[in-house]
Write a protein that binds this ligand. Structure first.
Ligand SMILES: Nc1ncnc2c1ncn2[C@@H]1O[C@H](COP(=O)(O)OP(=O)(O)O)[C@@H](O)[C@H]1O
Ligand SMILES: [Mg+2]
Length: 299
């Protein structure tokens, strides 16, 4: 562990964002056991008093869609029934009532192209431009990024992104379930809500585009009726090929291959209707103009 490179930053709402180095042995990363599990538990759960034997780190059942990551795990303390704490305003990172629910996402640390930021670089850049993003309840912004370091101080090939687990289901799964249950009106209602949320998001972040706005990157909790956007590091990319609305409608068009042409027509109409009718938002405001303070790039 290299504590010297640690950078801690606290958002105005109390959420923390930390970038730290993580010493690896140059072998395949397996957080489910051994030294790696012990060290991750200490780094992620230390303040809650939980120890290695108190948490379970495991891969979720295989997920359909997406697939840009190199590995995905859930870290949970026993008693947390899957998704409970989610993206909340809880000041204790990811913890509520002593229970923890984190998602660990392994990603490449090298750029795919000279002008394409890595996920870690994207998050750091977003934080520098929009410090209050760490407190945004509608975005899965990480709590911690672990930059892998190999023996001899060489930069490793990967980074680990640590996020709170968001409650609810992916919109792609929700649409499938509701379609099978003949609940198309409910799907359309949710699409309208997501449209409003997208409009708020564009307004809050100076019309920055999510960059991959499609149903497997949106979580929706039917109990709280809260939508949360995940896989958001693409927001940091200065240019995107298509707008979020174009990208989303493109995926509705693909889905209409399964659900019929009317699904595309209705779905597009409802998301656009929601987008036009932006909800009132209380989140953000002037805090988004605040300075990022110390640069994280040096971390
Ligand atoms: N913060 C989170 N909370 C809950 N589930 C998540 C979270 N982040 C990712 N996931 C799950 O992992 C899947 C893949 O994550 P994502 O960030 O979209 O990676 P990829 O770049 O591979 O698309 C998502 O579709 C979702 O099911
Ligand atoms: Mg994704």
């Amino acid at each position: 562990m290299t504590a010297a490179a640690k950078t801690t930053t606290t958002g105005q709402g109390g959420s923390r964002f930390e970038v730290e180095e993580f010493a690896t042995n140059g072998v395949i990363f397996d957080p489910t056991q051994g030294r790696v599990k012990a060290e991750l538990t200490a780094r992620l759960c230390g303040s809650s008093g939980l120890q290695e034997q108190d948490v379970i780190i495991e891969s979720p059942p295989s997920l359909f869609g997406g697939g840009q990551n190199h590995g995905l795990w859930n870290l949970r303390s026993p008693g947390s029934a899957g998704s409970t704490s989610a993206v909340s305003s809880s000041k204790e990172a990811g913890a509520r009532g002593g229970q923890l629910n984190f998602v660990l996402k392994l990603v490449k640390s090298k750029r795919k192209g000279s002008s394409i930021l890595t996920e870690a670089e994207g998050f750091i850049s977003l934080f520098e431009k929009h410090p209050a993003i760490v407190d945004d309840p509608h975005l899965a912004f990480p709590l911690k990024i672990l930059k892998f370091m190999e023996p001899g101080g060489m930069r490793g090939e990967q980074d680990l992104i640590v996020m709170r687990e968001v409650t609810g289901q992916r919109l792609s799964d929700l649409i499938a379930h509701k379609h099978n249950a003949n609940q198309t009106p409910q799907i359309m209602q949710i699409l309208e809500e997501i449209g409003s949320l997208l409009r708020e998001f564009h307004t809050r972040y100076g019309n920055k585009q999510h960059g991959d706005f499609q149903p497997s990157n949106i979580m929706y909790d039917e109990t709280t009726r809260r939508g949360v956007f995940i896989d958001i590091s693409g927001m940091a990319q200065e240019t995107s090929k298509e707008t979020d609305m174009e990208r989303f409608c493109g995926s509705l068009s693909l889905l209409s291959g399964f659900y019929g042409p009317q699904f595309f027509i209705n779905g597009k109409r409802h998301i656009e209707k929601g987008y036009a009718r932006r909800r009132h938002t209380t989140h953000g405001g002037a805090t988004y103009a605040a300075s990022a303070g110390r640069s994280l790039r040096s971390a």
